[in-house]
Design a binder for this molecule. Structure first.
Ligand code: NAI
Length: 215
């Protein structure tokens, strides 16, 4: 298939398609029309056709989409056909909560270790995953072929730790610390801000309240 540049807007929507298609597969649904998918996802059918056409159009007239094929192809685009080994830096509340979450593994993200500067945490395990010392990190990354790191430490230390991770060969950082990281071009960072999502919820709630007040 000829690869063309896919817009970030489409990429942002792909995980949602992937999730819905995964649910269809679990329910043994083998094919689906764009209209049916549109009803389930509450996205217009034309948006769906447009999005999925980016990959050479997996749909066939009168047949709809082959769910398994589409799920696999979107998975490939998202890089989910490769397994990723991860470490978590910062084994506090958030780091431990993420380590306790089992669903990442189902989509190929395996958390191999946690790292923390707090000596009290060193040696404990979270869901069987060991919490290690920071000076053990470099070897651990090599030994376990780690390519991604989750950063759940205070923002004051995030930049320095990210630099260290990059030096040790990490190529992807899932950054929960509230600061922008300065990394080389070949390293990708995905920032997560739960509070921004909460602010959007607050905004939408306010809109609804305003509408009701007008009525
Ligand atoms: P926490 O205080 O429970 O855990 C932080 C852990 O990081 C501690 O165990 C500490 O010993 C460790 N740590 C500190 N400096 C370190 C270093 N240089 N190297 C290795 N480990 C180090 O805090 P919590 O609640 O888990 O939050 C962690 C971070 O995530 C905070 O910066 C917080 O603001 C942020 N956060 C971000 C959210 C988001 O949506 N982006 C949501 C919740 C928290």
């Amino acid at each position: 298939m000829e690869k063309k540049e896919i817009s970030q807007a489409v990429i942002t929507r792909l995980p949602r398609y992937y999730r819905y298609l995964g649910e269809l597969l679990e329910n043994s649904i083998e094919r689906i029309s764009s209209n049916e998918l549109s009803k389930r996802m509450q996205v217009t059918a034309s948006q769906i056709r447009q999005d999925l056409n980016n990959f050479g159009g997996f749909g066939q007239q009168g047949y709809g989409y082959n769910v398994k094929y589409l799920h696999t192809e979107i998975g490939k685009i998202l890089g989910l056909d490769d397994k990723h080994n991860l470490i978590i830096i910062g084994a506090g509340n958030l780091g431990q909560a993420l380590a306790n979450y089992t669903s990442f593994e189902r989509i190929g993200f395996v958390i191999k270790g946690l790292f923390d500067i707090n000596p009290k945490l060193n040696g404990i395990t979270v869901r069987g995953i060991p919490v290690k010392r920071m000076d053990e990190m470099q070897n651990f990354i090599k030994e376990h072929s780690i390519d991604m790191a989750i950063l759940t430490i205070p923002k004051e230390r995030a930049i320095e730790v990210a630099t260290m991770l990059v030096d040790f060969g990490i190529k992807g950082i899932w950054n929960f610390a509230h600061t922008d990281l300065n990394v080389p071009d070949d390293v990708v960072v995905e920032n997560v801000h739960l509070s921004e999502s909460l602010m959007r919820l607050s905004y939408n709630l306010k809109q609804e309240e305003n509408k009701n007040n007008v009525k």
